[in-house]
Ligand binder design. Structure first.
Ligand code: HEC
Length: 246
């Protein structure tokens, strides 16, 4: 117990330190109004197999308004804390212009690329006490990003849920990796669904990119663009990062 609380405090301090240049100024500038803002205490156990800091993207707790894909405030979560241990982060003075707090992937401009969890702040309006939010255990690595950010959002309606398994491919949680990685295509002889370490050689990547329109009986090239209008290039980059890191 004692160890845990020290851990939590050190994250909090580190969080403050890290935001010094990135976002702390924005937080402080905008929200110390008389009406005050919300105080939110997030608890989670995060794991990640890869180091986000090397990808140019980051895992953050971020506040978004309805109008923009760019975080109004955000606090980066250092890779060192994605080790499965209980962690705690407190965000205070969260202004009423922020409608959702999200555990998300953002780029260096704070643009939202994908979201792991969304907390709608509407229900907490006017609260002055510290609000506890339990996020649970979350894989925030690239494989978690693929499952929660991509497959669950854009693929499983045809691949795995509602009893549909287009192309005999199931992309639901717990199935996707074993059905994809180094597994031959069921539709396209000579191709592999995903070749570990080789994005360009992977059918999954080919069908999502221009030029892949006619590889299968279903054209997948619009699947991502309809779902990720603002962050398409980033999402494609991260899919490559995921495959190349396998
Ligand atoms: C609207 C339905 C639909 C959606 C959404 C969809 N797919 Fe498909 N997918 C299909 C169909 C249909 C096939 C089989 C095509 C064929 O028979 O040639 C297929 C085949 C595939 C294959 C080839 C399987 C094999 O063994 O050859 C892959 C890989 C794939 N999809 C990945 C994805 C990914 C990744 C997404 C999400 C980004 C996705 N699909 C979203 C309908 C869909």
């Amino acid at each position: 117990m004692r160890k845990r609380s020290i851990f939590a405090i050190s994250i909090f301090l580190l969080g403050l330190g890290l935001t010094g240049c990135d976002s702390g100024d924005i937080e402080e500038r905008g929200y110390s109004t008389a009406s005050g803002g919300l105080t939110l205490r997030f608890r989670a156990r995060l794991t990640s197999q890869n180091d986000w800091e090397e990808t140019g993207y980051g895992i953050v707790l971020a506040g978004f308004s309805d109008q923009s894909n760019y975080a109004v405030l955000q606090r980066p979560i250092p890779s060192a804390f994605m080790n499965g241990e209980a962690m705690e982060m407190v965000m205070s003075n969260v202004s009423s212009s922020i409608s959702t707090m999200e555990l998300a992937v953002t780029n260096t401009l704070r643009k939202r690329i994908a979201t792991f969890r969304t907390i709608d702040l509407e229900a907490y309006k006017g609260r002055t006490d510290t609000i506890d939010i339990e996020l649970g255990s979350i894989d925030v690595g690239l494989s978690g990003f693929m499952q929660q950010g991509i497959f669950n959002q854009a693929c499983i309606q045809c691949h795995g849920s509602n009893g549909r398994k287009a192309g005999t491919l199931d992309l639901t949680d717990g199935m996707a990796l074993q059905q994809l990685v180094d597994v031959p295509s069921s539709q396209k002889p000579g191709y592999m669904r995903v070749v570990s370490g080789d994005a360009e050689g992977s059918l999954l990547r080919m069908i999502l990119h221009e030029g892949g329109e006619n590889l299968l009986n279903y054209n997948h090239t619009e699947v991502l663009s309809s779902q990720f209008k603002e962050s398409l290039e980033d999402v494609k980059n991260l899919i490559d990062e995921w495959i190349n890191g396998l």
